[in-house]
Structures are given as C-alpha cells and as structure tokens.
Design a protein around this ligand. Structure first.
Ligand code: PBG
Length: 326
C-alpha cells in the first residue's frame, strides 16, 4: 500500500477535542450491554456484604427486588442470578427444586419487574456439599450423570420464568442436554447463553466466598479450561453452538481478550464477556488505596472488552457504570 506519511498525515488532527474524538470513536459502551450478577439466599431484609467484593451482597428475595429495581431504573437491562441454598447435598437437590432459591427469586422478579431480563446461572456447585459442578464418585467429577441434573435445573429455571439460562458447569454435552430438556418441557423459546470458554481461573476467588461454592477437595481443572489454550476455546465454543447455544460467553474477561476476539471473529454470535469477581476485587482494592481511578479503570476495561468483540458485558459494577454513562 502506498500511503502518504508525515507531514501530510497527522493522526493527532482527529484527537484535538472531545467532540472530534467522540465522532471517530470506533467502539461504544452502552448501558444496554450491561448485565448485573446478583446472589440470592433465603431470608428477609438480608444484605450480607462480600468481604472481598465491596458493594456486592448476598441478598434475600425482598432485597434482590430492591437491588434489581434500582439497577433497572439506572438502565441496566438484565441480571444474572446465582443462588445460595440453605442446604447442600451430594445430588444438588436445591439446584432444581421447584421452590429453590433461584426459582423463587426468578418468579418474584418477573412479577415485580417484568421488563427486566432474568438470566439464571445453571450450575450445581453452590448446591453440592463438595462444591464441584457435577456429581462426584470416588473423587472423580462424573460427566454424563451430571447432565440430567443440569438439564432439570435449566428447565426448572425456565418454568419459573427465566428469560435466558446460562450453564456454567463446563460438562461436555450440557448444552445439548439442556436444549433437549427445555424443548421437551415446552420451553423451546428459552435461549441458552453458554459459558462456552470458561477457564479454570484464580480470578474466581472472591466469587466462591460470595456463592459459598469453594470445592472441598481438588480443583476445577478437570472440567474448566486450561489458561494456556486458545484453539481449544474455539473448539469448545463450536461444540456449544452445534449443541444449540444461542449466545456464548468468555470468562474471565480482561485476561482473555484474545479469546473474546477470536470467538467473535470466528462465530459472530452474540458474545458475552464476564468481568469476574477477581477483576472487580482488584479494581476495588486498588481504588480504595487511592492507587487508581476506579471509574476510569472500570470504563476503560469494559471498553477494551467491547473492542475485542464482546456484545454483552457482565459486571458487578453494572449499576455504577450505568450511572457513569448517563
Ligand atoms: C459456578 C460459577 C463460578 C463463577 C460463575 N459461575 C465459579 C466457579 O466456576 O468456580 C465465577 C464468577 C466470578 O468469579 O465472578 N460454576
């Protein structure tokens, strides 16, 4: 290419004013892209703050409605629900109980705030005594027997009114199993947002305090992906799409921008980036020390996810971001 250079070309010409920079901005952050994760547990007037996630709480159903209403009023279009059950067991009964915590809260939210999208996290770890995302036998996390429970969980969420179900367990074949169960139970129109490329990540540390889902033995490396692998992330995503995923997710976000980029380029599906608990905690901690500008760092990080190709941004800072974008 025969391009003219300096002094004919001066890229700084387009950076002279805020209005000019805005005019030529290639990427936009918009409140319509935000999803706020929420943690539900039984009780009344319960707001238990997560030590490592300032501003994030375990909330009782009444408080979830308040929190969700405030988020919705700020312009956040969707929440992602996690549940902390009263009792855990070795078959994750609480995950698919008709009146489980996520099912209850979903019904309540759809009644009180019908235009707020409710996305439910479909996983077993919060409901398992051992904290793993599947059935455990002889110290192994079993794949195929776990699929039935995951499918039942997703169908019970759809039955409660969930707008989107989001499986995060990383068992092979779960999207297919969930799609089949949803279709069987009369929920052919319920979309699946699969955690398609979910890495075994140290960035989930604070979440496990929030969701009380730390594995009691071992780790999640036999089902979640190895941080070294990008080609495999594309394969995982292709499989989920073939099994019927309507949207895909990459998680964590900031340390995996290359994966977001490749997934979006390769498949073009609506792609979500999950800025996970550790990403949030690091910003909060550094900001509390006065070491970084919380607002600027948060907005820049989310913009980077958009630039990489993310359409949907799942972030614990969604409400602040919505206010900052006003
Ligand atoms: C459950 C699940 C996890 C997260 C989302 N769903 C934890 C894990 O896999 O250990 C992490 C979210 C976060 O760190 O913000 N399987």
């Amino acid at each position: 290419m025969n391009m003219p250079g300096f002094p004919v070309v001066r890229p700084r010409r387009l950076r002279q004013s805020a209005a000019l920079r805005r005019l030529v901005a290639e990427t936009q952050l918009n409140v319509s892209q935000l999803v706020l994760p929420l943690f539900a547990r039984a009780g009344k007037k319960l707001r238990h703050e997560i030590g490592s996630m300032p501003g994030v709480f375990q909330l009782s159903p009444d408080e979830i409605v308040r929190e969700a209403a405030a988020a919705h009023a700020a312009g956040v279009p969707a929440v992602l629900l996690f549940g902390i059950p009263d009792k855990k067991d070795i078959k994750a009964s609480g995950a698919y109980a008709k009146n489980g915590i996520v099912q209850q809260v979903t019904r309540l939210l759809k009644k009180e705030l019908p235009s707020l999208l409710v996305i439910t996290d479909v996983c077993l770890c919060e409901y398992m005594e051992h904290g793993h995302c599947g059935i455990v036998h002889d110290g192994k996390i079993l794949n195929d027997p776990s699929l039935k429970l995951l499918a039942r969980t997703a169908a019970s969420h759809a039955e409660a009114g969930a707008d989107i179900v989001a499986p995060s367990d990383m068992m092979d074949g779960r999207v297919r199993a969930i799609r089949a169960e949803l279709d069987n139970e009369g929920f052919a129109d319920t979309p699946i947002m699969s955690y398609a490329a979910k890495f075994a990540s140290a960035f989930y540390g604070p979440f496990r305090e929030a969701a009380e889902s730390t594995p009691k033995f071992g780790d999640r490396r036999s089902y979640q992906m190895d941080a070294a692998n990008a080609n495999e992330a594309l394969r995982e995503t292709a499989l989920d799409i073939a099994e019927g995923a309507d949207m895909v997710m990459v998680k964590p976000a900031l340390a995996y921008l290359d994966i977001i980029h490749r997934v979006k380029q390769e498949f073009g599906l609506p792609t979500a980036a999950y800025a996970v608990s550790g990403e949030y905690a690091m910003v909060k901690a550094a900001a509390a020390k006065g070491w970084i500008d919380e607002r600027a760092v948060t907005l820049e990080s989310l913009l980077a996810m958009r630039r990489a190709g993310a359409d949907i941004l799942i972030t614990y800072a969604a409400v602040d971001v919505a206010k900052w974008l006003r």
